[in-house]
Design a protein around this ligand. Structure first.
Ligand SMILES: Cc1cc2nc3c(=O)[nH]c(=O)nc-3n(C[C@H](O)[C@H](O)[C@H](O)COP(=O)(O)OP(=O)(O)OC[C@H]3O[C@@H](n4cnc5c(N)ncnc54)[C@H](O)[C@@H]3O)c2cc1C
Length: 329
């Protein structure tokens, strides 16, 4: 990092995969980084819900790796035991018919949980959890942050990175530079209704996971089929369009509609033990990806999946490339 530009202290908002890799890369360049995260732990949408007697990945289901830099990163996760290859028996339901999937993708999952790679990346970083950044202020060429759970954060920062979904970045950017707000506001993110369920009366399913097309459900997966998981909990995702159109439904009503759909697919949902989760900003983003945004003149950066084609790999590359760009400043 060129110290003449005086980027010595950076605040990163969000400890999803994009914020974490950005933080790690900046620290490896000798920059001092503080990460602020509103949840209790790292990893954002790469997450696992844990209850007393079951657990299920309820955000990202698996990830693929195509870019050589991300392939290298995933290899290091495999070696560290925080990820593994998942080889499910996959089916597709389309035009009311089941068929085998012909997909040849290599699929990876975090082990033992989907947030394990994020926890691995978070090791050694300075992260303040349960810290929702509610306001940004720029005074005297420095950034000052306010946090909902605490008083003003006293450290001034040279550079702020927003590593959150677009609508959450947009809310923080109001009144600042229109180059950033215009981009964040033009992103279209969609919701996802997620059902986690045990169906005691459902027997003999001949697949581990299935892509469901043209229905209100788009994905169904048996968590126990993934490496280092046990149990018979299913994760079922509503389709992006249906979830977005029905984002304001109550959990009970969303569950009822999804159960109806599952029943029509041949599932016996009787006696099911069901838990629902609403992701307000699950997928989507810019129509034309820009990778990341770095506004050197005001010390502001944006990264995350929504700037880079979505998905785990897109998020990782966005955070990584933003950190590399800052190195060149
Ligand atoms: C239901 C679902 C299914 C998915 N399936 C797949 C899949 O199968 N394969 C795949 O590759 N991808 C999948 N994805 C997408 C993948 O999870 C994301 O692309 C990736 O995890 C995004 O990482 P990120 O760092 O950009 O954002 P996030 O993971 O969303 O991280 C942003 C972080 O910012 C925090 N935050 C937000 N606002 C504030 C604030 N004001 N102050 C402090 N912290 C804040 C959030 O709590 C969060 O931890 C799925 C996502 C969902 C929701």
């Amino acid at each position: 990092m060129n110290s003449s530009k005086a980027i010595n202290r950076v605040a990163i908002i969000g400890s999803g995969i994009a914020g974490l890799v950005c933080a790690r890369e900046l620290e490896s360049q000798g920059v001092s980084v503080d990460v602020f995260e509103k949840s209790r732990g790292p990893s954002g949408r790469m997450s696992t819900r844990r209850a007393q007697d079951w657990s299920a990945d309820h955000g990202a289901q698996y990830f693929t790796a195509r870019d050589p830099r991300f392939i290298e990163e995933v290899q290091s996760w495999l070696q560290a035991g925080t990820a593994a290859i998942w080889e499910p028996t996959l089916k597709v339901y389309e035009a009311k018919t089941w068929r085998e999937s012909h997909s040849q993708d290599i699929r990876y999952v975090g082990t033992p949980h989907m947030n394990s790679p994020g926890k691995h990346l978070a090791e050694g970083l300075t992260i303040q959890y349960e810290s929702t950044i509610s306001q940004l202020e720029r005074r005297g060429g420095k950034w000052h942050l306010q946090c909902s759970e605490a008083n003003e954060i006293t450290t001034p920062y040279d550079f702020v990175v927003l590593a959150t979904p677009a609508p959450q970045a947009s809310a923080l950017l109001k009144g600042f530079d229109t180059r950033a707000t215009d981009i964040a506001e033009s992103a279209q993110m969609k919701a996802c209704w997620t059902m986690m369920a045990n169906f005691p009366n459902q027997l003999n399913v001949d697949f581990d996971a299935a892509f469901i097309n043209q229905e209100i459900i788009s994905w169904i997966c048996q968590n126990g089929s993934k490496p280092m998981r046990q149990g018979s909990t299913w994760t079922i995702h509503g389709s992006p369009n249906w979830s977005q159109d029905h984002v304001e439904l109550s959990k009970e009503d969303a569950q009822e509609q999804m159960v109806q759909c599952l029943t029509s697919l041949g599932f016996n949902c009787e006696g099911g033990n069901i838990s629902m989760h609403r992701w307000r900003y699950a997928s989507g983003g810019l129509e034309n990806s820009i990778g990341f945004l770095a506004l050197q003149d005001i010390g502001l950066g944006l990264c995350g999946d929504w700037l880079n084609g979505g998905r785990v790999e897109g998020a990782w590359l966005s955070g990584f490339n933003l950190a590399l760009a800052l190195k060149k400043i």
